[in-house]
Write a protein that binds this ligand. Structure first.
Ligand SMILES: [Zn+2]
Length: 332
């Protein structure tokens, strides 16, 4: 139970939220506590949709601001309950992002008449695939709940305001070889060696930095997984079979999505041609398949929003600087 005393103290509130385990998919208990806390505040109207909890002021202000944060965390790694060390809190999800959720909850509880109307929004399943993301699902089922003039997602940024967000493009690159006896390897084609060309391409890639409306967005391109052929394990056991693997795959996560650039262009610049084959080693071939991707997003509204002096006045007064958002998701 989040008492008024705890709600009044952002540090104790952060610890209280951290101590309720809420790994993605297991947010019901924490969402219940947040809902109960908001329902105890007469200046808010409160709604719960699944494990999304929304509290809204209704003061007929001219503009509305959304303060949003996710309630879930990545899996616990022996780091619960929370503990403090000096002025630091340790515990699963402390930074990402129960401290941000605590800040929103603290403001909801302690600022009864904010200058703008405020929507406090807490949602589930941010740390997993976007199809389960509570914010995404809410945008589909109740888009009106996201109506506002300005939105801040309280993810940890070390005091920066990061604007918009990058999208992602995921691709699976598969190198295909041909089997041969290891003593007759010239008769085959080694798919694992072809994967070397793929990795060198990734290593040589120079990410762009793109500045839009004064915000710098930095691209990234990462190999996130590589798998080899099952046949290779058989070679190790039997020791007599195969010099060339049939397939070696490298999963790439091309975190591009800088506004103004499309998926084929990003893949092409990374040296990955969607029409594949993209490289050869002997007669091994590598082909690129585009996988799941997530769209980039400007800050809510059009690009011009970033030029609006009113937009910058308030966040930049709080933050060291305003920059492009490098990772994660934004209201979209
Ligand atoms: Zn987060």
């Amino acid at each position: 139970m989040l008492s008024p005393e705890i709600l009044a103290d952002p540090v104790e509130l952060t610890r209280a939220l951290v101590d309720v385990e809420s790994v993605s998919g297991n947010e019901t208990r924490l969402a219940g506590q947040v809902e109960a806390a908001l329902r105890g505040l007469p200046h808010l109207s409160v709604e719960r949709i699944g494990n999304v909890v929304i509290g809204r002021t209704g003061n007929d202000r001219q503009q509305r601001v959304i303060l949003a944060g996710h309630l879930d965390t990545v899996p616990v790694a022996g780091n619960l309950p929370s503990r403090t060390e000096g002025d630091l809190i340790h515990g699963c999800g402390t930074a990402d992002m129960k401290s941000g959720a605590a800040l929103a909850l603290h403001l909801a509880a302690t600022v009864e008449g904010p200058r703008y109307d405020v929507t406090y929004l807490f949602y589930d399943c941010e740390e997993v695939e976007s199809e389960r993301n509570g914010l995404y699902l809410l945008s589909r089922s109740h888009p009106d709940r996201l109506t506002a003039d300005f939105a801040i997602l309280l993810e940890p940024t070390y005091g920066l305001v990061e604007a918009g967000c990058q999208g992602t493009l995921r691709a699976m690159v598969t190198a295909t070889g041909r089997r041969a006896h290891s003593a007759r390897s010239w008769l085959g084609a080694n798919a694992i060696h072809a994967a070397g060309t793929i990795l060198r391409t990734l290593e040589a890639y120079t990410p762009r930095s793109v500045t839009i409306d004064g915000c710098t967005y930095r691209e990234g391109l990462n190999a996130v997984r590589i798998t080899g052929p099952r046949a290779v394990r058989r070679v190790r056991r039997a020791g007599d079979r195969l010099g060339a693997g049939r397939e070696a795959g490298a999963g790439g996560d091309a975190r591009q999505g800088v506004p103004g650039r499309d998926r084929p262009a990003a893949a092409g610049e990374a040296g990955l041609d969607r029409r594949g084959p993209v490289c050869g080693a002997g007669r091994a071939r590598a082909e690129l398949r585009a996988g799941r991707s997530e769209p980039r997003a400007y800050p809510r509204g059009a690009r011009g929003d970033l030029q609006d002096p009113g937009w910058r006045r308030h966040p930049s007064a709080m933050a060291r600087r305003v920059t492009g958002r490098h990772h994660g998701r934004w209201l979209r």
